[in-house]
Design a protein around this ligand. Structure first.
Ligand SMILES: [Ca+2]
Ligand SMILES: [Ca+2]
Ligand SMILES: [Ca+2]
Length: 516
């Protein structure tokens, strides 16, 4: 890599550091999979072993509110003798809260975990959706019900995201199920012959895998699903791990992992076909064997109203690197989940999809992608000076690990990221947006800046300053004073970038300070 390119990367990261401070909650986690910010102002997290945790976002204190007594983590008896990583898919996956969670009549938590549907000697791992009844006065689970059971599993590509949304006054539960296949070119593969690979059934609406399913909130099947009595809602998905709802435009998206190329964002339309494993990514590029002819001669399923193939809303890339069989060389980012950012707190982000990714590869990092939308929900065109998507926090990936999910505080200023693997511990990383109040731009001066010992803070007389703080780029407070004492001795600070923050009753005013 040449020197100019490094310079650009440095400048880019430096620009990001001005916007956010990074910190970690002191919460220990065990393979978290879902994080969501509840209307009760707590973070809700699913964790290994059929566990649901409720975490105070202020201090990170955690309460395990439920552990499934019938959780089952798979069995050696279910291993495939044919492959390198033969363990049957098991674990704790998606979690979601009822859209009317604060209403005592619908104070329900829903989550997905594996259990044994067979016997001790003949185990059969499957997944279920459990519904917990939450009693907010006592902060306890008062009831638990198996809502949907017999959800199939496989050796890979499990999907497993669960999302409850309210559309036109009616609430639904959506569940993603992956194709359960392993890549055909994995060596050795878990399936031989390949005709037994369950990913061959991603198109078949009578099997669960490779589909996104829709249920009523009591687990029953909506009467207007595409096929009567079938939870299938859309088909032709490879490994859909994410669901995002854009409530302002009533758009439901899924995020899925492609094979070598074409990690996709799809807009889900009832009954439609997203192509896998006959079509990969966009329809016009013919980047998958047989893709063009399959599209040209597509025969709609007569049992599905208006059935047709739908192109992705976005594909992360369509061209694999020449000749490389190394996963890390591929341009797939491994999107895990996301949210629609509707707040106006970070104006550059208003009306964006924020998507977390799992992979640190040659051209990809564990990071947050921001896709800026226009008022109609279309992507704003990407330009050199204003790229769309933009990428955030990848410079911290060694600290943050693989990003499993994202939650946003109600004021839109705090971003909570969970990881599992990829850093020393599983944890919640917090990025707080630094609000730089340009209306006070002429009312705060630092000098000299940079400096090596003393920095003097001068601010306008009409500012009612309550506190002065100095934060490092990790968001840690390294100096604090409630006095309007405007000279700080920084000789004990290590060299680098700091943020000097004046707090007034109405706002924060922040300036970057460079300690030499
Ligand atoms: Ca989520
Ligand atoms: Ca294609
Ligand atoms: Ca990388």
């Amino acid at each position: 890599m040449n020197r100019i390119f490094w310079l650009i990367i440095f400048c880019f990261n430096f620009a990001q550091a001005q916007q956010f401070t990074r910190s970690e909650l002191p919460t220990s986690l065990n393979i978290p999979w879902e994080i969501t910010y509840g209307p009760d102002n707590y973070l809700w997290v699913s964790e290994a072993g059929g566990t649901v945790a409720r975490i105070d976002p202020q201090d990170g204190s955690k309460t395990i509110i439920y552990t499934a007594p019938d959780y089952f983590g798979g069995s050696l008896l279910e291993q495939s003798p044919l492959c390198f990583n033969p363990t049957i898919g098991a674990g704790t996956l998606g979690l979601t809260l009822h859209p009317d969670f604060l209403n005592p009549d619908s104070s329900f938590i829903y989550f997905v975990y594996s259990y044994n549907q067979g016997t001790v000697s003949a185990p059969l791992t499957n997944f279920k959706i459990k519904r917990l009844t939450w009693n907010s006065p006592t902060n306890t689970v008062t009831n638990s019900v198996d809502l949907v059971d017999s959800i199939s599993t496989g050796y890979d590509h499990l999907g497993g995201r669960l999302l409850a949304i309210k559309q036109n006054g009616v609430s639904y539960l959506f569940l993603t199920i992956g194709d359960h296949g392993t890549s055909e070119d994995s060596s050795p593969t878990c399936y031989f012959p390949q005709s037994t690979n369950p990913n061959n059934f991603a198109q078949d609406p009578t099997t669960q895998n490779g589909k996104i399913h829709r249920f009523n909130m009591d687990g029953s099947i909506p009467s207007d699903n595409p096929i009567a009595g079938n939870s299938f809602y859309t088909r032709g998905h490879r490994n859909p791990q994410g669901l995002i709802y854009n409530s302002s435009l009533d758009i439901l998206y899924d995020l899925e992992h492609g094979d070598r190329t074409d990690d996709e964002i799809n807009i889900l339309f009832k009954g439609m076909n997203y192509g896998w494993k006959n079509v990969r990514g966009f329809h016009s590029d013919n980047n998958y064997p047989g893709e063009a002819s399959y599209i040209a001669s597509y025969v709609p399923d007569i049992n599905i109203l208006n059935d047709s193939l739908v192109q992705p809303f976005y594909s992360f890339c369509a061209t694999p690197p020449d000749g490389s069989n190394n996963y890390l060389d591929w341009c797939t980012v491994a999107p895990s989940d996301g949210v629609h950012y509707s707040s106006t707190a970070i104006t550059e982000w208003t009306n964006s999809l924020l998507i977390t990714t799992l992979k640190n590869g040659v051209s990809t990092d564990c990071e947050v992608y921001q896709f800026k939308l226009d008022a109609n929900g279309s992507l704003i065109p990407s330009t050199f000076s204003n790229p769309n998507p933009k990428r955030f926090f990848g410079e911290d990936q060694a600290l943050n690990g693989r990003l499993r999910d994202i939650a946003i505080s109600p004021n839109g200023k705090k971003i909570y990221l969970i990881n599992n693997f990829g850093s020393a511990t599983d944890k919640i990383t917090v990025y707080e947006y630094l609000e730089i109040d340009s209306t006070h731009g002429e009312q705060l001066w630092l000098y000299p800046n940079p400096s090596s010992e003393i920095v003097t803070i001068k601010f306008a007389d009409n500012l009612d300053v309550e506190e002065i703080q100095v934060l490092n780029t990790q968001g840690q407070i390294v100096y604090s004073s409630e006095l309007n004492f405007a000279t700080i001795n920084t000789s004990s600070f290590s060299s680098g970038v700091y943020f000097i923050e004046l707090k007034t009753p109405k706002t924060k005013i922040i300036r970057k300070y460079l300690k030499e």
